[in-house]
Design a protein around this ligand. Structure first.
Ligand SMILES: CC(C)(COP(=O)(O)OP(=O)(O)OC[C@H]1O[C@@H](n2cnc3c(N)ncnc32)[C@H](O)[C@@H]1OP(=O)(O)O)[C@@H](O)C(=O)NCCC(=O)NCCS
Length: 185
């Protein structure tokens, strides 16, 4: 299922949900040398992913921006256990967009609404950086992530080549349909 890519968009940056971090957790910015941290975390999220290639392709053309835009979630014991990047796309549908990129939390820390706290941090960052709209790419099997993105006001972009097929797959996935949020129109 993973080869189908779907896109979600948010046409404005108003009323970003503000989820505080649970007690003991904190967020830190990317520092020089954190490529290894990022790659290790991607391995924890999904061992099929080639983290080094993904990092280089996603960020290699603007490494300094990571120090303002890439965040790590730090657990109460001081371990880095998640990441999100408030990135950008120079030309999507002819416009510049903020872009939510590579959200992930290690399995031991999932299910605590931490993805929402990370989304708050990243969306606030995009807004402060001057972005007026935001987009992201994901896959139909990423149901927890899609639910979080819906909660943050993202909606399916139905203009893409695989959009109809991809969102049909999402709708047919068990647990997708809380409050009928995934009705695509
Ligand atoms: C996506 C991810 C970051 C979510 O992190 P998390 O902190 O565990 O998620 P949360 O606890 O904030 O829950 C987010 C939503 O998903 C739901 N959810 C959590 N686990 C779920 C599961 N196993 N099945 C279905 N829904 C689930 C939650 O109920 C919540 O939705 P709701 O608010 O509508 O109830 C995490 O699952 C992950 O790292 N996955 C692997 C990497 C990935 O898929 N990244 C996204 C790439 S686009």
């Amino acid at each position: 299922m993973k080869h189908i890519r779907i896109v979600m968009v948010r046409e404005n940056m108003e009323d970003i949900p503000q989820y505080p971090l649970p007690e003991g957790y904190r967020v830190r910015l990317y520092r020089p040398g954190d490529k290894d941290t990022w790659v290790r975390l991607q391995w924890d999220f999904d061992s099929l992913v080639k983290g080094v290639e993904k990092f280089d392709k996603s960020f290699g053309y603007n490494l300094p921006a990571l120090e303002r835009r890439c965040f790590f979630l730090v657990a109460p014991d001081g371990q880095d256990v998640g990441t999100i990047t408030a990135w950008y796309s120079q030309n999507y549908h002819g416009q510049r967009w903020g872009r939510i990129h590579w959200l992930g939390i290690v399995p031991e820390h999932r299910g605590k609404r931490l993805s929402k706290s990370l989304m708050t941090v990243a969306m606030n960052c995009l807004k402060v950086a001057g972005h007026r709209r935001a987009m992201l790419g994901t896959h139909p099997d990423r149901i927890p992530a899609i639910r979080t993105y819906l909660d943050f006001g993202f909606s399916p972009d139905m203009t893409g080549r695989n959009a109809e097929q991809g969102w049909k797959m999402v709708r047919e996935t068990p647990l997708h349909n809380k409050n009928n949020q995934l009705t695509c129109n």
